[in-house]
Design a binder for this molecule. Sequence first.
Ligand code: FAD
Length: 488
Amino acid sequence: MAKACIVGAGIAGLASAIRLRKKGYEVQVYEANPYPGGKMHAAWFKGYRFDLGPSLFTLPWLVDELFELCGKTPGDHFRYLRKETLCHYFWEDGTRFFAPASGEAFARDAAQTFGEDETRISRYLRRNERKYELTAPLFLEKSLHRPQTYLSVQTLKGMAAAGSLGIFDSLDGVNRSAFRSPKLVQLFNRYATYNGSNPYKTPGIMSMIPHLEMALGTYYPEGGMHQIPMSLYHLACSEGVTFEFSHPVQQILTDRGRAVGLKTQGGTESADLVVSNMDIYPTYRKLLPQHKAPERTLSQERSSSALIFYWGVRGQFPQLDLHNIFFSEDYPGEFRNIFEDKTLGDDPTVYINITSKESPGDAPEGCENWFVMINAPGDHGQDWEALVGRAREAILDKLSRNLGVALRERIAVEEILRPGDIAKNTSSYRGALYGAASNNRFAAFLRHPNFSSSIRNLYFAGGSVHPGGGVPLCLLSAKIVAETAPKP
Ligand code: FAD
């Protein structure tokens, strides 16, 4: 049987393994860590459970699809619930907005809270829907790097509508022309961070992201986000995929322009097809040093990284939900800090994810597990000890002020994840969460394709290649890989 070897058991590596197995390959996955999931790892710290990476789950049917492909009923193996509230938003002047998940209710409540015209909000949401429908089939679901993609009617429709998609303005520009309320502009600007970008640079087409949440829904997997990779890992094993953990791949072997296997510390493994789920930057620099690298692609600005405090907190906070945001007062300044100055400011926007709201067993009784994250620059060798110390104080002051509690006294457990830790744990270049940033209008076309144009039978899946970062797009990258790979 023809053999496929996969470098990495991140979410895209797992999905590629399942799809290639169903296509008829014998599949072996090599993972540097002793566990599957990559960025989607989880841990218990003294009685508190934390998802260490992603917390927001959209398009769950992309996971279901993998179970269906294997002839299984998804709900027997992986369950999730749809959230009725998207997020609790907080501003320093006391404004609170608990955003409902349905577009209609969102427009009604947002109009009341922000003094904005309800019809303007509804019109904006409808435009986002149109953008999503016109572009998702081209930019997300297909390879942008194969001529046949451009021959479909849907693609031609999307391209013809390019002018109305907002690609010539920034997301901030599109939002400012839609709304009078600066708070509503800030709320919708934040969606740029869903792919690690800067709202003042990323194209206005990104306003399709809220459509994902408001129309297609946000979900919570039973047992937390970690259940996504774990359920796919078990599915892959049940289909006969084999895994070698704690096995970093040292080189992708090639012969006469063709991928022929992998080298690990244990020896070499031959393969008919290789998929790298490793970040594209170290894939070229470390695994393919003898090949010419696509320098233009690799020099793209990286997405933002993150600084995360995992806090076990004594007490319960009814004003908080699963997802919570405390906005900074100077949003443009915050993004200048991150992308231009590569530093952290004194008033960051703070995101808190609390899974014990949905899974009470994730924290001891009467307590909550707070995943407290701020967007951060990538690791460029800054003095992280000083930056983390300052950010910690700023976050504690901000949350204590906004929630009216002495938060410092409530922290029972603390662990910290810095950009350098993300880089070290997953080989993500500079600790970027989503590969390259989408800070210019050509970003989608500058992402690396899902296949190599110079090395036959070499494919790429994951957040640093097409169509982009984030769990759903990683799952789509695996789908494109399996569709493009030859039949065994
Ligand atoms: P990774 O998860 O990076 O996995 C790559 C795997 O390859 C790793 O396991 C690594 O050990 C392995 N590997 C690397 N090199 C080698 C080698 N040489 N040999 C063998 N194995 C190797 N996305 C969302 O959708 N929603 C969110 O809310 C969200 N929040 C996030 C918050 C944080 C803190 C982080 C870090 C990410 C977040 N993301 C979010 C992004 C999301 O986690 C990623 O886009 C996605 O998980 C990336 O998956 P991947 O398969 O590309 O790679």
